[in-house]
Design a protein around this ligand. Structure first.
Ligand code: DX5
Ligand code: ZN
Length: 216
């Protein structure tokens, strides 16, 4: 299992140091939660913050856009150094066109489903996708409880991708920690996002090692 610490839980007064800390602790990717106060009831940061952080680590930047009109900002996030850009299937932009735009920058495109959205919502776009992000909490805030009833979506998406001969990576996000990661791994998840589970642990390296030990 790859572990992607969510930057949402970092100490923003030490942005660079926090990235170096996660890199040294064994993170596989850095998950960056962008929220606009409209798509979700919370505001975080935008492309400039990601650009400031970019020189501190070579780890892939996994940018999760919880914003209503992502197509307007793809260029900014591409130029800021994103490696994966995830948009939500529930957003107001044209999904196919926005995924094409992400791919046109040579960035891996991903689509996310909120808890109340069926897995099948991503099927029409599968050949444009590197990854699907299955939300295991309602997006907006860190520190919420894991929704295990989202896990069947993983098999549904993997089975569909297989049936059309397309490779897909599945990421899960929200409430993942030592108590819930084994279920994620059993369900076939490839990348687990963990915010509070890693950033708020006394020893981030031990927390990441534990998460890896408890999963495949
Ligand atoms: C929630 C974000 C998550 C969040 C995860 O909207 O997308 O990435 O930071 O945090 P934890 O691991 O604390 O649930
Ligand atoms: Zn996220």
């Amino acid at each position: 299992m790859k572990i992607a610490p969510s930057f949402l839980s970092c100490d923003f007064s030490k942005l660079g140091e926090e990235l170096v800390r996660m890199d040294k602790a064994g993170a596989d990717l850095i998950h960056l939660d962008v929220m606009d106060g409209h798509f979700v009831p919370n505001i975080t940061f935008g492309a400039p913050v990601i650009k400031w952080g970019r020189p501190y680590t070579k780890l892939p930047f996994d940018v999760h856009l919880m914003i209503s009109e992502p197509h307007r900002y793809i260029k900014d996030f591409a130029e800021a150094g994103a490696d994966i850009i995830t948009i939500h299937v529930e957003c107001d932009s044209d999904i196919g066109e926005t995924l094409d735009l992400i791919n046109s920058y040579g960035i891996k495109a991903a689509l996310s489903v909120k808890p109340n959205t069926p897995a099948s919502a991503v099927f029409p776009y599968i050949d444009k996708l590197y990854m699907v992000l299955v939300m295991t909490v309602e997006p907006g805030f860190g520190g919420q409880s894991f929704m295990a009833d989202m896990l069947p979506k993983v098999k549904e998406i993997k089975d569909y991708a297989k049936s059309v001969g397309h490779d897909i990576v599945i990421e899960a996000d929200g409430g993942i920690n030592e108590a819930t990661i084994a279920q994620c791994s059993e369900a076939g998840i490839d990348i687990s996002v963990s915010g509070t589970g890693v950033f708020k642990a006394d020893d981030a390296a031990a927390a990441i090692a534990d998460l890896k030990k408890l999963s495949k």
